[in-house]
Design a protein around this ligand. Structure first.
Ligand SMILES: Nc1ncnc2c1ncn2[C@@H]1O[C@H](COP(=O)(O)OP(=O)(O)OP(=O)(O)O)[C@@H](O)[C@H]1O
Ligand SMILES: [Mg+2]
Length: 326
């Protein structure tokens, strides 16, 4: 039986202008139900603007956006029930002199929930997020940075929305806490089936994502599953890793001249990944060329390509802007 995929979020040729300036210049992507979608882009790329449209806070200048099949500009009241929002700077939305459970009471009331219902729901979500009784009842100003993030995530989930939008939930946390937060978000995704859209500057979120949108200056430069995007590189997901004795500009220039090498990505201090079609078949010719070029190497092997490589070589730069969303 063919599984029917339901599109939970659809964004079609979205444009948002502030005066003469277009922050979004025609953005399209989608997420199926239960997906974990990452929107990645530099500061000013338009990431927060996309989320503000999806929450109904901002009306697009052109194009359309749907959540749960509903047009976000036409059904604003319903959208706020369908969507949970965790804003970029969580301290805007937290009461620091109150506990996580008390904060939940303020937020739940905004959705017309009863105190008992709020308490039950907050306990359910906070438990998934790894909170015990002590953490749930401690004042927020006595919690760590990572714990506070999880409180703000629980507030976004208080009214049981099928979609959760998170604006940079990992920014400002150390590497351990960034992964911890992402793992807790995956846990919510798994336990409650929540579709999540997560914004980040950071490529490390890609390991958690079922699909990614790369946003650049108001355009979608790439959209797809991480595997699909990586497999567009020569080598279809594999590369030739060369560990050299030393790395320098002349060495890099020589390597780039090896026949068939389309891209090179750094892979550690003295190592490079070469992107070449059929890497296994090209291993021997590459070894010969390295010898001819008098480039001493310590090791050469076939390794998997990852999203960091993909992002380093930016194959889409040559193909121009804009991505056709199927
Ligand atoms: N209300 C506004 N009025 C005018 N310009 C705005 C407004 N909101 C955003 N912009 C501009 O639109 C562009 C995109 O802003 P946005 O906040 O979406 O970026 P971002 O990708 O979230 O960046 P960051 O990673 O720094 O949060 C920026 O150039 C910003 O200055
Ligand atoms: Mg932002």
């Amino acid at each position: 039986m063919v599984e029917k995929r339901v599109k939970e979020i659809v964004v079609e040729d979205l444009k948002v202008a502030f005066g003469d300036f277009y922050a979004l210049k025609g953005v399209s992507f989608f997420a199926n139900k239960g997906e974990f979608l990452g929107i990645i882009g530099a500061s000013g790329a338009g990431k927060t603007t996309v989320l503000r449209v999806l929450t109904g806070q901002l009306s697009p200048t052109d194009g359309r956006a749907f959540v749960g099949g509903m047009d976000v500009t036409k059904k604003k009241d319903l959208i706020s029930l369908l969507v949970g929002y965790v804003p970029q700077l969580e301290h805007i939305s937290l009461y620091y002199d109150f506990s996580a459970l008390q904060n939940a009471q303020f937020f739940g009331r905004l959705f017309g929930m009863r105190p008992k219902e709020i308490e039950e729901r907050a306990r359910q979500v906070l438990t998934i997020l790894g909170f015990d009784e002590e953490l749930m009842t401690k004042d927020v100003d006595k919690l760590s940075g990572g714990e506070r993030k999880r409180v703000s995530i629980s507030l976004g989930m208080i009214h049981d929305p099928p979609v959760l939008l998170l604006d940079e939930p990992t920014t400002g946390l150390d590497a351990h806490l960034r992964h911890e937060t992402l793992n807790y978000l995956k846990e919510l995704n798994f336990e409650l089936g929540t579709t999540q859209v997560i914004i980040s500057h950071d490529l490390e979120i890609v390991d958690y994502c079922t699909r990614v949108v790369l946003l650049e200056n108001g355009y979608v430069s790439q959209f797809g599953t991480p595997e699909d995007l990586i497999s567009t590189l020569p080598g279809q997901g594999e590369s030739l890793k060369v560990v050299l004795q030393s790395m320098s500009r002349p060495v890099l220039d020589k390597l780039s001249k090896i026949e068939g090498v389309e891209y090179m990505a750094r892979s550690g201090r003295n190592a490079l990944k070469l992107f070449i079609d059929e890497p296994a078949e090209h291993m021997l010719p590459v070894v010969q060329e390295l010898n001819e070029l008098e480039l001493p190497y310590e090791e050469i092997s076939i390794v998997e390509a990852d999203f960091f490589d993909y992002f380093q070589v930016k194959p889409w730069k040559e193909k121009g802007k804009g991505v056709v969303v199927p």
